[in-house]
Design a binder for this molecule. Structure first.
Ligand SMILES: Cc1cc2nc3c(=O)[nH]c(=O)nc-3n(C[C@H](O)[C@H](O)[C@H](O)COP(=O)(O)O)c2cc1C
Length: 156
């Protein structure tokens, strides 16, 4: 039996709403129909380059703060960019943003870093902006499910 593929979720979840969004992503990714994917959710401060190097796909979740990704997510990139650069090219990747009203600065910044790393954005990023909407929870679950199912099926 081949070993499971690893889907790594790195999410900054500083509020009740963002915690709920993270749990929804995990719920989708751990859907019982998905057989050969192991889901690891690691808090930003605890992520080490080896966690990324050993993943077959990554989902990042962040709030937008002051027009940019959360500092703790930027710190993950600061610490892991060069140790990963030669080892993770082509890594399937997507991300989601919780933004009070915008999200574009964060999206642009993450896409730019992913381009530098040569990670492959395999699924449209999810930007959950404006007043909190219960639809965000279903969208996050869908994001996790699609990413894990695609990895399971070998299409990413
Ligand atoms: C210091 C600070 C700066 C923020 N800056 C932005 C911003 O630039 N753009 C934006 O869309 N939302 C901004 N927000 C809103 C946060 O993205 C939002 O509060 C966070 O995602 C939590 O969402 P929640 O209220 O649904 O829990 C900011 C929030 C804080 C506390």
């Amino acid at each position: 039996m081949p070993s499971k593929k690893s889907l790594l979720i790195i999410s900054h979840a500083p509020s009740v709403n963002t915690e709920r969004m993270l749990h929804a992503v995990i719920k989708g990714a751990t859907n019982s129909d998905i057989e050969n994917v192991e889901v690891k959710s690691i808090a930003p401060l605890d992520v080490k380059p080896d966690d990324i190097k050993s993943a077959q796909a990554v989902i990042i979740g962040t709030t937008e703060n002051l027009g940019y990704m959360a500092g703790l997510i930027k710190d993950v990139f600061d610490r892991c960019y060069y140790p990963c650069l030669e080892h993770t090219q082509g890594l399937p990747f997507t991300f989601y943003i919780r933004a009070g009203h915008d999200g574009t600065g964060t999206r642009r910044a993450i896409e730019s870093i992913a381009t530098g790393l040569r990670w492959k954005i395999v699924q449209d990023p999810l930007v959950c902006k404006g007043d909190f909407n219960e639809e965000f929870i279903a969208q996050c679950e869908e994001l996790g499910l699609t990413m894990a199912a695609s990895l399971d099926a070998g299409i990413i």
